[in-house]
Design a protein around this ligand. Structure first.
Ligand code: C2E
Ligand code: MG
Ligand code: MG
Ligand code: MG
Length: 286
């Protein structure tokens, strides 16, 4: 494809050729810069976590946070996880990175609990993590070491993660639930959503993709789909949270549809540890 595009660009004129060649090179240079630095990013403290609140619609109460990984490259600046996570997966670094995230999340969970804030912590994991036989034992030891309760942990998996092999993945998920970990299906509806996930996977929660939330209450189809997902989940005893809630109107409409929980910019952007404490920890002693 690259050659063909280059040929087309060449025949279409000099300017376009230069333009194309430059962006291609830039793209590769960026990738090389990222790969080289990511390999040492853990030692260089180039990662940190931010935490996005998850809210109970009826009460407005904070029930938990989703930990979201942030990475800063020395010259490129902040890079999105959408860009760097796949690179880490390709470089076989994702186990190490997830371990770091879990360690950091556990430490924070314990810290907040000591400050009187007892909430759930959701962590995103890669499908590759589940393939690693040592994953569960590592997880247990991280939580033991930090004196944390595995019942406060929720692992978020995307549908594509589950597409691999239903039996294999189910076994791992069952084991995780046995040790108290909750399982959330992330971005539900964005991929090849199948009712099989409801039928055969041991899940505790689904996170409805923000594409379904975006156009409510305008788009009647989206409302019908949301309504059905919420109903089905309730029948199965599965918790529902809607992602990407950006307006008051969306929040109240979702509540009317029977959705219990929500996450999105309307309630809060992802916050640093400090920002979250300022917003949610009210100290009497000052
Ligand atoms: P996700 O797990 O679906 O996370 C939600 C994403 O939506 C976050 O983007 C969040 O900042 C964004 N978001 C939250 N509320 C709103 C809203 O109201 N409107 C809009 N437009 N966006 C909203 P972020 O932090 O850039 O993360 C992107 C993706 O990167 C995540 O999607 C997740 O798949 C992945 N990711 C993030 N952290 C980690 C991690 O520690 N490990 C792994 N494996 N993946 C991660
Ligand atoms: Mg997530
Ligand atoms: Mg999501
Ligand atoms: Mg996502």
């Amino acid at each position: 494809h690259g050659d063909q595009a280059l040929y087309q660009a060449k025949t279409e004129g000099r300017n376009k050729f230069y333009f194309y060649e430059k962006t291609l090179t830039e793209h590769m240079q960026r990738l090389i810069l990222l790969e080289n630095h990511l390999k040492q990013a853990l030692e260089q403290n180039a990662f940190h976590l931010v935490y996005q609140p998850q809210i109970e619609l009826a009460t407005g109460q904070l029930i938990g946070v989703e930990a979201l990984l942030r990475y800063t490259h020395p010259t490129l600046g902040a890079v999105s996880p959408i860009e760097f996570i796949p690179i880490c997966e390709r470089l076989n670094m994702i186990d190490e990175i997830t371990e770091w995230v879990l360690q950091e999340a556990a430490r924070q969970l314990k810290d907040w609990k000591e400050k009187g804030l007892h909430i759930r912590m959701a962590v995103n994991i890669s499908p590759l993590n589940l393939e690693n036989k040592t994953f569960i034992n590592k997880l247990i030891s991280i939580f033991e070491k930090n004196h944390c309760d595995l019942h406060d942990l929720e692992l978020e998996l995307t549908e594509t993660a589950l597409a691999k092999s239903i039996e294999e993945v189910s076994k791992v998920l069952e084991k995780l639930r046995e040790i108290g970990v909750r399982i959330a299906l992330d971005d539900f509806g964005s991929g090849y959503s199948s009712l099989v996930y409801f039928k055969d996977f041991p899940i505790d929660k689904i996170k409805v993709d923000r594409s379904f939330v975006k156009e409510i209450p305008k788009k009647e189809r989206d409302i019908a789909i949301l309504d059905s997902i919420i109903l089905l989940s309730k029948r199965l005893g599965i918790e529902v949270i809607c992602e990407g809630v950006e307006t008051e109107e969306q929040a109240s409409y979702l509540q009317m549809l029977g959705c219990e929980f929500a996450q999105g910019y309307y309630f809060s952007r992802p916050l640093t540890k400090k920002e979250l404490e300022n917003k949610y920890i009210t100290t009497n002693i000052k």
